[in-house]
Write a protein of this length. Structure first.
Length: 76
């Protein structure tokens, strides 16, 4: 995956869990990397995973692992 940055538009991948709103468009509003086992447990990810906070057009936001999103210019 290319390096996404704040403000980039992304699409939630079709195979993402329903709570991530598959196929929806969103903007990247936060980025962090899981650095400890405690963060991993809280975020449901392993150490080293890049997590993105994405905001939908309705103003709601969620944190998702990089594997659940793709840049807008990627094919669906």
């Amino acid at each position: 995956m290319p390096n996404l940055t704040w403000g980039d538009t992304v699409r939630v991948k079709t195979g993402a869990p329903p709570e991530a709103r598959p196929d929806a468009l969103a903007a990247v509003v936060g980025i962090r990397v899981i650095e400890t086992a405690a963060q991993g447990r809280a975020g449901g990810a392993t150490i080293g995973t890049t997590m993105y906070v994405i905001e939908f057009s309705d103003g709601s936001s969620i944190e998702v692992p990089a594997s659940w999103i793709e840049p807008l210019d990627s094919p669906p």
